[in-house]
Design a protein around this ligand. Structure first.
Ligand code: SAJ
Length: 421
């Protein structure tokens, strides 16, 4: 059993800390936010994630998990702090200040034979050029000999974090092969998936390319939707049929790509090699343009029926979550407002947004057009007849393709969706 210090008690750090604690390790969770530290020490949590409350409570009560605002000596240090993006003229760049601050915070307590793991998603080269360099130059310890440094990126889906932390395969990218072996051995005490050993730069790039793969494929689906709208066929039907091929997995068109991962990570790849990463960049541009494309189609529909009031349902970045980071609903709503529409917004999962949120009835009341922007499961239960009763005109734009449009047409709605003329 090891003593483990986890820096950053967010969506990844807290589940990781409590899982290691529940597997018998002695864990100290570190966060610069004293409120977070107090919450965890009470056995409570400050984020929403299924199963996490029970796990943290048990880990704290068993004495295996506690929290503090500064690191203490340990066998292992796991850095799981955010690498947020900073918008620049050419896309987005990673802000590595939290990774640097966390690394600097462990240097005073770092000892020979310790293992330092960077879990945060980072641009290629970060583990070697930032983390290992600070250890070597400022703590005067040689990575690979005196201490071990590795990158082990998280790759879990919000909403299924605990299950995926255990079940998914992992990669341990060491600054040297010994570093990779030490890191992999640690995760093998926790996970049921396999842990692959490689070098740090390969692990960084693998993580970035997983999300870039998805971004490029969603861009392809959005492009297909535009082609379908132009040529007069249904993109989703094409996708359903094409995906019956055993080696094809077309993704789905929608309002665009949001979240703090897929809409951000490809930029780290592009910045590292802009001349080579042409497709990566084009996919980003296609997906970023998608909310404006949807706004244009909605405005055209509204103009044809001389309406001006829109009820937008769903602002989270994807279905059934409360996360609004980088949500394409934001540029979509901004474009509609700019075009002069009177926009009313509702999302059953989201409490606060940059634009006022109304309850469902207030958003629908007197609207000319209903725009489904995020495909939350709850919207499937909407009754076309009651919704139509609240609205002034019966126009429906179902961007994610969530609803059975036949039912809505039967209730007198004129309908449209992305990927269909
Ligand atoms: N989307 C589409 N069409 C699709 C699929 C998704 O438009 O066919 C949109 C969604 O609506 C959303 C965005 O893409 O706006 C991203 O959603 P997502 O569910 O694909 O991914 P994330 O960002 O929630 O989580 C991803 C995951 N990566 C992959 O599936 C390759 C997760 O495993 C990573 O751990 C996470 O990024 C991360 O932290 O990097």
């Amino acid at each position: 059993m090891k003593s483990i210090c986890v820096l950053g008690l967010g969506y990844i750090g807290l589940p990781t800390a409590s899982l290691f604690a529940s597997h018998g390790h002695q864990v100290l969770g570190v966060d610069i936010n004293a409120e977070v530290v107090d919450t965890v020490n009470r056995g409570e949590i400050h984020i929403e994630e299924p199963g996490l409350q029970t796990l943290v409570k048990a880990a704290v009560h068993s004495g295996h998990l506690r929290a503090a605002t500064a690191p203490e000596p340990a066998d292992v240090f796991i850095i799981a702090v955010p690498t947020p993006d900073i918008p620049t003229d050419g896309g987005k760049r990673a802000d590595l200040s939290a990774v640097e601050a966390a690394t600097r915070a462990i240097l005073p307590v770092l000892a020979v034979d310790n293992l330092v793991i960077l879990e945060s998603t980072s641009p290629p080269g970060t583990t070697r050029d930032l983390v290992a360099r600070l250890v070597r130059d400022e703590a005067c310890m040689m990575p690979g000999q005196d201490v071990f440094v590795a990158h082990c990126p998280e790759r879990v889906l919000p909403g299924q974090i605990l299950r995926e932390l255990i079940g998914n395969d992992r990669v341990a990218g060491g600054v040297t092969p010994r570093c990779a072996k030490h890191a992999a051995d640690l995760y093998r005490t926790l996970i049921e998936g396999e842990c692959f050993e490689t070098d740090a730069a390969t692990a960084e790039m693998a993580k970035l390319m997983e999300n870039t793969y998805r971004d490029v494929n969603i861009a392809l689906a959005n492009e297909l939707a535009g082609i379908a709208e132009r040529l007069g066929f249904d993109a989703n039907e094409v996708i359903d049929i094409a995906n019956r091929h055993p080696r094809v997995n077309l993704h789905r068109p929608g309002v665009g790509v949001g979240g703090h991962c897929i809409s951000v990570d490809p930029w780290f790849v592009w910045h590292a090699a802009p001349e080579q990463a042409r497709l990566v960049r084009l996919a980003r541009d296609v997906n970023d343009a998608q909310p404006l494309h949807v706004a244009q189609r909605v405005c055209t529909m509204l103009d044809q029926h001389r309406g001006d009031r829109i009820a937008v349902l769903g602002v989270a970045y994807k279905p059934n979550v409360d996360d609004v980071r980088e949500s394409p609903a934001r540029p979509l709503v901004e474009a509609l407002v700019q075009a002069g529409a009177d926009v009313r917004v509702h999302d059953p999962h989201v409490q606060r947004w940059h634009y006022p949120l109304l309850d469902l009835e207030a958003a629908l009341d007197g609207a000319d057009l209903l725009l489904i922007a995020t495909g939350h499961r709850a919207f499937r239960e909407l009754s076309p007849v009651s919704v139509g009763g609240l609205m002034r005109a019966r126009l429906l734009f179902d961007a994610p393709g969530l609803l059975d449009l036949g039912d809505w047409r039967a209730a007198g709605f004129t309908t449209a969706r992305v990927g269909r003329p």
